[in-house]
Design a protein around this ligand. Sequence first.
Ligand code: NAP
Length: 249
Amino acid sequence: MKRILLLGGTTEARQLEAELSSRSDYEVIVSLAGRTKATRNRIDNAGCITHRIGGFGGADGLCDFLRNNEIDVVLDVTHPFADQISWNAHKAATSLNLPLLRLQRPIWQPQAEDRWISSPDMAHAINALETGKRYLLAIGRQEAHHFATRTDCWFLSRSIEPLPQYQQIPNGEQILYQPDGDVFTEREILATHAIDGVICKNSGGESGFAKLKAARDLGLIVHMIERPSCPACNQVNTIQDMLLWLYSS
Ligand code: NAP
């Protein structure tokens, strides 16, 4: 019986969970940061899967967790922008000499007709905005409030769950939306709110790509925030490759 720690919080992690749930040769602990109510409510301890929620207390806390729970393998299927947990996983797995595999979604690449402005980080993107323009802010909840400093712009701030009252952006509006890959809806949102540009993170994946297709169709600028660096470790791009690695190791 192999014991796996699956660091989750992504669609791919949920898919992997479903794939592994019927296996009798694995015990899988799925760990979530617990950032959204939707994720916390979705928890289903089926088959060989159990869940835990919340931080470990840094790399040292994660080391203790791996040791105390007799984990054999760590699968890092976290979001490309959740870099801290990936660095911690790398440090902890290395110090205990445990196998670690990361699932890394391919980045989105601009096509010839795209009008992307690349930003290495959030601060750069904030500075790159144009006075008087209206932006769709599609970067999730955690960092949206930083854009409030650009009082000369207007923001349609979009997230799956609402921003806390104290983090709302005064110069804009807020909508709740779970991206599902529907380009038509994305175009409608951009057109209805007379959006000039889209601000997003280069998260990769299919559901989030629809807003980029819609921006391309409407000839809009996209401020693309590039990924933070992640540790050099064994990586795959697909769930199938992760399962192949797991079943053959
Ligand atoms: P982070 O910066 O990597 O993590 C911060 C801390 O949260 C970690 O050091 C860890 O706390 C805890 N943590 C994160 N993921 C965890 C997991 N799977 N299990 C247990 N603890 C976990 O990530 P973040 O602050 O959650 O998110 C950073 C950015 O990632 C967000 O702005 C968003 O763009 C994107 N994102 C994250 C998630 C997610 O599920 N985390 C989902 C979608 C998008 P300890 O150090 O105490 O262990």
